[in-house]
Design a protein around this ligand. Sequence first.
Ligand SMILES: NC(=O)c1ccc[n+]([C@@H]2O[C@H](COP(=O)([O-])OP(=O)(O)OC[C@H]3O[C@@H](n4cnc5c(N)ncnc54)[C@H](O)[C@@H]3O)[C@@H](O)[C@H]2O)c1
Length: 321
Amino acid sequence: MRKGRYLVTGGAGFIGSHLVDRLMESDPGRVVVIDNFDDFYDPQIKQANIARHLQNRAFRLYEADIRNYNSIKQLFADEVIDVVIHLAAKAGVRPSVADPRTYTEVNVNGTVNLLDLAQKNGIRKFVFGSSSSVYGPAAIPPFKEDAPLTPISPYAATKAAGELMAHTYSHLYGMQIACLRFFTVYGPRQRPDLAIHKFARLITSKRPIPVYGDGSSERDFTYIDDIIQGVMAGIEYDATPFEIINLGESQTITVTRMIELLEDALGEKAIIDRQPPQPGDMPRTHADISKAQRLLDYQPSTPIEAGITKFVDWLKKGGKV
Ligand SMILES: NC(=O)c1ccc[n+]([C@@H]2O[C@H](COP(=O)([O-])OP(=O)(O)OC[C@H]3O[C@@H](n4cnc5c(N)ncnc54)[C@H](O)[C@@H]3O)[C@@H](O)[C@H]2O)c1
């Protein structure tokens, strides 16, 4: 059997680098990464995320911007790829409110560039990293994939647009596409802007943590290993040409409870700096994962209590994996 040849966009980032690790463990034919080491957070963190693979002959890094069609076109000409896993994006809800144009350029135009190049190069399999934020505040929890979407941030709208473009390419060209809606992902290497990581660092250094709203907003926090399990199953899935599938933990907790769990794991008390609710933030997220269970045999196995402990262990060891 031929060994898989994978293109992971955003492969130096938090989720992307964990996926690269998993693919490299599978003795692949090739793992190709595109990443522009965007400065949304320290690019050195991203360099470190993939450093262990740089000398491996099965691995290839292209430092390129997915907005630049011609530079990534060359990569598609040079590499033989079976599956594109598209995770490169401007992430983050709040910064997207301030900079909607850049989010659109990267998350919408960049996604169309990749769909187009995949199609033109005969790559039939495409996995798109979407987000729970597409649901918006009108969705009734637990969110089912067929709920109407009411995105309330530019980031969320760009992810919904990416899904629509993916559907269009699947319909027009028979591409086999899975859009996976990730629900707040955490674990080792988590983006430093995301609440668990940011709060943990602030609590450890005895600085106040900004809590937007009264702490009653709810999140379905999903441990990175569970997300990677779902993505790997999404890569294999081929029963239908197009699917949108939630990947969550299906266990929603309040921000206040998340802070208590962090306090317990860190052995420190948090100093709360209460701030007004932020525009674009969802009041709650909660995944219905029955479709993922049915189609992908997805079985998330890390409840938040265990996952926070693992995250804090990683942080205490200096944040290196
Ligand atoms: N982390 C979460 O909780 C979460 C939740 C829902 C969806 N997602 C989605 O999952 C994917 C990965 O998220 P993450 O948390 O690992 O974020 P991340 O920022 O760590 O990873 C994204 C990577 O994409 C790269 N990138 C950004 N712009 C690029 C460009 N123009 N060209 C090439 N590379 C570019 C970045 O340098 C980074 O390495 C994203 O698509 C994100 O929207 C993440």
